[in-house]
Design a protein around this ligand. Sequence first.
Ligand code: ME8
Length: 795
Amino acid sequence: MHTAMSQSPPKFYLTTPIYYVNARPHIGHAYTTIVADVIARRSRAQGVDTWFLTGTDEHGQKIERSALAAGVPPQQFTDQVSETFREPWRRMGITNDDFIRTTEPRHKQGVQKLFLAIKEAGYIDLQTYTGAYCVSDETFVDVEPGSPCPECGNITEVLSESNFYFKLSAFQDKVLALIESNELLIEPDTLRNEVLSFVRGGLKDLSISRTSIKWGIPVPGHPDHVIYVWLDALANYMTAVGYGSDAPEDLEKFNRYWPADLHLIGKEIARFHCIYWPAFLLAAGEKLPKKIAANGWLLFHDSKMSKSKGNVVRIETILDAFGTLCPATPLLSPSPQVSSFAKGGGPASSLLSSRSEAKGSAVAFGISVGLQPHELATENEGALAPAPPTKAQQDLFASDVLRYFLLREVPYGQDGNFSLEAMVTRYNADLVNGYGNLVSRTLTLASTQFHSDTVCPAEPWACQEFEANPEDEKTSVVEMQSGTASVIAEICNLANVDFDFYMRQTEFHLALTEIYSRISVVDGYLSWHKPWKLAKSTDGPDRKKLIEILYTAAESIRIITALLYPILPYATASVWRQLGLGDIEEAARTGQLKDLQWGGLKPGTRLGPLAPIFPRADKGLTAIMMQMEQDQNTPISHANAAHDAATSTLSEFPEMSLASATVPHEQSVVPSVESVVSTSPSDASPQITIDDFAKIELRVAQILVAERIPKADKLLRLEVDLGYEKRQILSGIAEWYTPEELVGRRIVVITNLAPRKMRGLESHGMLLAASTEGGKPHLATFADSAQLPLGSRLK
Ligand code: ME8
């Protein structure tokens, strides 16, 4: 057995805290869980046998009282609330391998075994103690009973009990040595120092049983005592991987995964994890975890986001609101098969892989595909017609945005203010204008350039130097150097190393900063070489240049996308498919996302069907989310009978009524933010609701440029100004309007129409015009349009 183990691949066992089920989860809980998921995904992609555990902490006085207040038996109560934690993790595609509940038999038997092991080693005895007890923290504290708890400020109660005591004091030196030597790593450093000074201040023995509480695990042989909730809770990290069971597969699992490599926690529970837990394990003769890393607090309105303060932001708000931006996914199959995620995780991979079956579009990098533009259009608009996103896809998309924001905005280990407005701003700045824009400008150009190329050889994909434009006097030497393909290649190879360095240090914000500096360099490279200006040449040196530039950009995107995968699993899956590389989950499993080297994108790779990645978020989204948060205590109009049934038993516990209010995902809680992605138009003009109308975004725009398109008699190419952005729109009005009479006119544009391609050009939006059958379309306009700011919305 030991020989076999030494040959097995490396393992990595990581955990989150198990969350109390006395209230519904909020984005503070999501934060720690997201960090764990990012680390787990990255670890798996590195080929490491990874086990990721989360769960719920369901015993103790706090839970007992919450159940009482809700008027339901504790077991029923914890069953309901535990589900409200599983639910958001599922929606977010969290890939936990197991979910432990402390009320499960496997956990109970493990906790009792641990208690006995410590007792048999001589570290537990029975004593009587009277003191101040903090119910909120489930711990005796060193203050006068009735005065506030020094940790959380809640009023303590007097408690006198004959309890089992754990000889914590006997472990003071050992725990100190462990931490000082970094055998037990604690991060961040500031927290390590706090823990060290706490230990140096002296450790007192710890009461580890209660007779005043019924809702817990009985002390073996003493049914009137239940085991202290923190000993019970901490033991989950072992019981979940088989401790306490004699079944051979459990023993094997325990030997394989224990000790944990990383316990992720919030900083307020450091004492329990960094002092009590190692001491319990030392006493029981078990191996110690290797590292404990704590995140700081997410603050909302400048204080810790917490259920007791009520200043929380719900995960559902973020998912429902950002989910509306989720773009359509191009499909080949009209009804994709959706299977469930294999290892207890989210549905991301299966949803995406069902789509990855889609054969490549008519676009190929540098090889012959021999399709004419009109054939391309047919294929794009027919078999590859985009399907509106499912609710599951919307959730995964929104989850990406939350993941990105939390990791980029808050330096891990520090406190950070959470703001909905900052989230929308960062989304637009980094994901829309940064990564998303780089991908679409590159792939759109590649798709329009290479589709009808019948002669382009594969060979020019190899990196070949060509001079930066020396005529441009404004170009600095740095710009000229970074303008060459080999420099970009080097920068991307280095990105791999730098990103890895910061990810290992859990400095996610710095890892992402590294990525973003690369995105800017590649963006600068494109702007400098202006490949769209070379686009007209079909052979010769310009053509060669064009191919090299686009390859360089696309290959940079491949590397950046592989690095971003653990943080943006949904969006990177889409980009991976569009690059023609198939299913990113498969790529992660087969090692294609590790040890990235320039040149991995093979010449001749066929692009997949293109699709938008990150549509722009309207500033109004912040207001919508705020409204959703405000509305959380008002009845949900759409909620159905299932919701009523779920909440009826909890009506005396208002916080819990919402915790159990599982609104079916097919329905949006707030109608005004329902998906804006349109389905196919109907000829029959059925009645629509005001909500349907609200889906159509009409805005005032001004025509800046109008020009004819060669060989297209009916089409005009327009550039319109929406105030907040400029767009290209193709319109079939060439028979009735000359370009000259259009420039300068203020018109109405449907702005949230999915972009489509005509004659190889992208059209993003539509003009509003009225016409009789076959007659001249009269453009909708305003009598007093000069007073209207561009971009004003029509309602
Ligand atoms: O403490 N900012 O459970 P809990 C950042 N059951 N992280 C936050 C946060 C915030 N505002 N709010 C919550 C318990 N968290 C025990 C743990 S483990 C053996 C037992 C995260 O429901 C953070 O990880 O109070 C914190 O430690 C955890 O949720 C607390 O969850």
